[in-house]
Design a protein around this ligand. Structure first.
Ligand SMILES: [Zn+2]
Length: 239
């Protein structure tokens, strides 16, 4: 078995054998990796405590046939603030869950790793009503599903934008309108998030437009996850 080191965000874990856990890691260099942490359920294991979902770690692994094995873990960031705040905890868990569902095993996704650990770090540092919504839009963009925000997806019209259609993946003009009404404020915020002005978007306070963008993000992510699950031919919704 060969040994390797990597940095990773813990996406989740489940019980394995009598005293072990399998942890799912999004690593910087090796993509999504499943690894056994041996004996962590038997004793008060310090390794186990460092492998909570959302933790950012420096990890040593030994590669195995099906599962790798965790040999050492150093915490980079445990995100204390967000763990103590129910709302942020829920948002952080939703982030790692979405990434887990969308990422295939063993395909290097360094960019996604970086986006995820930065988002968790930002969530730990401050509250923002757009934290999860903005993350979902970024994630969809990384997945190649950036919404069309410049012209009507149906006819190419640039003006009179009135709706956003999640199924069509973009804005609609007044003649083609379908989906849900979209305010100018919400459209501006989406352009901020997807146009490299993420920090500016995260500074915004709660408002109807901010709420609109968050709701649309949830809807778009749900639709994308369903498409993905269908395309994999997996029908177990409890994945
Ligand atoms: Zn149109």
């Amino acid at each position: 078995m060969s040994a390797y080191n990597d940095k990773a965000v813990v996406l989740g874990s489940h019980k394995f054998a009598e005293a072990d856990r399998v942890v799912i890691l999004l690593t910087e260099q090796h993509g999504k990796v499943r690894a056994v942490a041996r004996g962590v359920r038997k004793t008060r294991s310090s390794i186990g405590a460092r492998l909570e979902p959302m933790s950012h770690v420096d990890i040593s692994l030994r590669s195995g046939k099906d599962l790798d094995t965790v040999s050492e873990v150093k915490l980079i960031n445990v995100h204390h603030n967000l763990r103590g705040d129910y709302e942020r905890l829920t948002q952080g868990l939703s982030m790692v869950e979405a990434v887990n569902k969308l990422t295939p095993d063993r395909e290097p996704v360094a960019h996604l790793y970086e986006v995820l650990y930065r988002a968790l770090h930002a969530l730990d540092q401050r509250r923002s009503p757009l934290m999860l919504g903005a993350f979902y839009w970024r994630l969809l963009a990384i997945e190649g599903h950036s919404p069309q925000l410049e012209v009507c997806v149906a006819c190419g019209e640039k003006s009179d934008v009135v709706t956003f259609d999640v199924a069509q993946g973009g804005i609609h003009c007044i003649s083609c309108r379908s989906g849900v009404p979209l305010s100018f404020g919400a459209l501006d915020i989406m352009k901020m998030i997807l146009g490299g002005k993420m920090n500016q978007a995260l500074m915004l306070e709660e408002s109807p437009a901010v709420h609109e963008v968050s709701l649309l993000a949830m809807e778009a992510m749900e639709a994308h996850l369903e498409r993905r699950i269908r395309s994999l031919g997996v029908f177990d919704r409890h994945l």
